[in-house]
Design a binder for this molecule. Structure first.
Ligand code: SAH
Length: 308
């Protein structure tokens, strides 16, 4: 299997951001540098790009791949939640465009020892940041049954979460991806069509280990503080819960009043700070889907920061 991560919706991202040589851009999730490489190559001379990732090994790969762009690109190890500080440290006073490509990379999924996949035997891990203390091992083996069921239900949208949590608790200690996958498969009973019965549980655990929804929400807020007026935010999500967060956030920030509809008079003093660039969510073209099946669930939303 190829472990090269093809950037998703690349042309649509370039189109959305309108990259300029004198612009500054932040790739919040640089991964192996796919989108960053596209931003750098979009115009000559290349713009300034700051690439952020929690994964130090992904950054090393990106560094090698992007070396030919020299000083145009700065890579920073950290969370996009800290993008404002990281941008200041990189000498950028705000961004003309920000890209967030959420979730995990193909390389992470396909590197067995990272423990993201139920298809390969590994110790339970699933951390984006290898320096983080909490791993999937801790969530699986240390969380109370009720809490585990709730998180598998909420983050995995798994209807059989209670049965799964109960089976996990009985099977503890669970050290490996394979034992977890087997435990879940037995609890759920058989395959559902073409997806493995542990798919939703693995997704939920990954999202919990990396506090993904919390980070997306905080990241969207930080992006607003980091964009220059007229700058654009482009967010790709792969998961309905993430996409809903992005949709609600962009919807609210592009409205003047966010009072509940039953209020007769506005009470919130909320002022719109964003303008939605695309009203409808952008999905991959048939051509891209043929070349890159990973793009199947990708949803792109773009908004522009209004002048203050
Ligand atoms: N756009 C990239 C692929 C990104 S995959 C490319 O084209 O190559 C998503 C990346 O986001 C992963 O590398 C993951 O480690 C990173 N990531 C996830 N949460 C993050 C966070 N809060 N801050 C920074 N990076 C994060």
């Amino acid at each position: 299997m190829s472990a090269v991560h093809t950037p998703v919706l690349g042309a649509e991202i370039l189109d959305a951001l309108g990259v300029r040589s004198d612009g500054s851009y932040i790739d919040c999730t640089v991964g192996e540098g796919g989108h960053t490489a596209m931003l750098l190559a979009a115009v000559a001379p290349p713009p300034r790009v700051l690439g952020i990732d929690l994964d130090a090994s992904a950054l090393a790969t990106a560094g090698t791949r992007l070396a030919s762009f020299g000083g145009a690109v700065t890579l920073a190890h950290g969370s996009y939640v800290d993008m404002k500080r990281l941008a200041t440290e990189a000498g950028m006073d705000g961004a003309d465009g920000i890209v967030m490509d959420l979730g995990l990379s193909s390389l992470q999924l396909e590197t067995a020892e990272r423990g993201f996949s139920f298809q390969t035997e590994a110790r339970l891990d699933m951390r984006f940041d290898q320096g983080q203390e909490q791993s999937a091992w801790g969530v699986v083996n240390r969380t109370r049954e009720r809490e585990l069921a709730d998180l598998i239900y909420a983050l995995g949208e798994e209807p059989k979460s209670r049965r799964i949590a109960s089976a996990i608790v009985k099977a503890r200690p669970i050290e490996t991806t394979s034992k977890l996958a087997e435990t879940v498969a037995k609890a759920v009973g058989g395959r559902r069509g073409r997806t493995h019965p542990a798919t939703r549980t693995f997704q939920a655990l990954r999202m919990a280990v990396n506090a993904e929804l919390e980070n997306v929400q905080a990241g969207l807020e930080r992006a607003m503080e980091t964009l220059k007026p007229g700058g654009r935010l482009a967010v790709i999500s792969f998961h309905s819960l993430e996409d809903r967060l992005v949709k609600v956030f962009m919807g609210q920030e592009s409205r003047d009043c966010i009072c509940p509809p039953k209020f007769l008079q506005c009470d919130c003093q909320h002022v719109a700070s964003l303008k939605r660039v695309n009203k409808k969510v952008i999905k991959a073209s048939d051509e891209e889907l043929r070349a890159n099946p990973r793009a199947r669930s990708a949803r792109l939303r773009v908004a522009e920061l209004l002048e203050a």
